[in-house]
Every structure is written in C-alpha cells, then in structure tokens.
Design a binder for this molecule. Structure first.
Ligand SMILES: [Zn+2]
Length: 199
C-alpha cells in the first residue's frame, strides 16, 4: 500500500496541444497555490512522442508524455518517485481515450474548453482510490550509497509486464546518487550497483 497522501501531494494534471498553448483539460489541487501555467508550457514540446519525460525541480516533479498531437502532464511533490507519476499518467491517458473520442480534441483551442470537464471525476477517483487500481509495486533494496540503508522503490507494473527480458533495469536516483537495479517478473530486486550519472 502506498503511504503517501496523493490528494495532498499531486499538484496538477493537464491535457493540452502538442507544440502550442491550447488547454483541453486542467485540474489543479486546492492544496497547490501556484499558477502552473509556466510549468505546463515547458512540457508542450517533447522531442519524441510516446516517451515519458521527467523534470525534477526542488519544489516540484513533473512527468509528461505526448501521444499524437496531445500532451499529458502530471506534477506533484518533489519527493514523489517518477515511476509513481508515470503509472498515474499512463492510467489517466488510457482512461481519457476510453471516455472520449479523440476527434473531440479538435473542437478545443485556446485557454478554455469545457468538453472534458467530467474528467475531473476520473482524476479525483485515482487520487482517492489509488491502491485499488493496482498500478504499482513497492520493492525494497539495500543501497550501498546510503550506507546499506533499505530504500523503498516504486515500480510501475507496466514497466515489468511490457519488458521482454526476465530482469528489467531501472535507475533509482535519490539523495544525490544513482542505483541501477534489476527487477524480476515478481518485482524482486535481483541485483544492484551504484552507477555514475551526468546531468
Ligand atoms: Zn542510496
């Protein structure tokens, strides 16, 4: 079970146009008192589609993903692991295309669009009932860089189920260092090593 209160720690979720400022849907937490406009703007032009991108700033972590001509963006507290945000974003993208025909997106432009207002219910349901969606697994690893302290690592389930190999690599970046871990199909850590990173 996730021990994080997502209602308080997810700041906003946005759906908008690729390469432009069009807003199709915006949900902002009542616990987040900043205007997310500029953060959303920098996510609108990812170099590739269908790849998750992360921005990890001291005050916010943002994960975004472009599909066709639409960009999906989620953001929350900087301590949230990006695998958690990816799992949530993936779920919301799937739900969105299940609920709405993508041709509806072409009816929206500019800053205001109310076609997708009902999607707020889906966002709130995910925040309040995250565990029952079964999107992640939490595993433990002893980290050499943390003086062998046990760290909890969140893994989105689709990372493992979509992987062709019996062990899937994941780089867990935390406290100024990076641990490369290998996860098996049962979400157990089969090996780990500290690796150098360059930002
Ligand atoms: Zn560590």
């Amino acid at each position: 079970m996730l021990s994080i209160n997502l209602v308080k720690n997810i700041y906003f979720f946005n759906i908008g146009g690729y390469g432009n400022d069009d807003n199709y849907f915006q949900w902002t937490s009542k616990f987040y008192n900043k205007n997310p406009h500029f953060q959303i703007k920098i996510t609108r032009n990812p170099p590739h589609k269908n790849i998750f991108y992360t921005i990890n700033n001291p005050d916010i972590t943002i994960v975004y993903y472009a599909k066709d001509d639409t960009v999906f963006t989620i953001a929350g507290h900087p301590n949230l692991q990006s695998q958690l945000l990816e799992a949530m974003l993936e779920f919301l993208v799937d739900e969105f295309y299940e609920m709405y025909d993508s041709s509806l997106l072409t009816t929206c432009y500019g800053d205001t669009c109310d076609v997708f207002d009902g999607f707020s219910m889906v966002v709130l349901d995910l925040l309040n009932n995250f565990d029952e969606k079964n999107l992640i697994k939490i595993t433990r690893v002893n980290c050499k860089g943390c003086d062998k302290k046990t760290q909890e690592v969140i893994i989105k389930k689709s990372l493992i189920s979509n992987s062709n190999s019996s062990t899937t690599p994941l780089v867990f970046i935390h406290s100024g260092h990076a641990l490369l871990i290998y996860i098996d199909k049962e979400f157990k850590v089969r090996g780990s090593q500290l690796v150098d990173v360059s930002y």
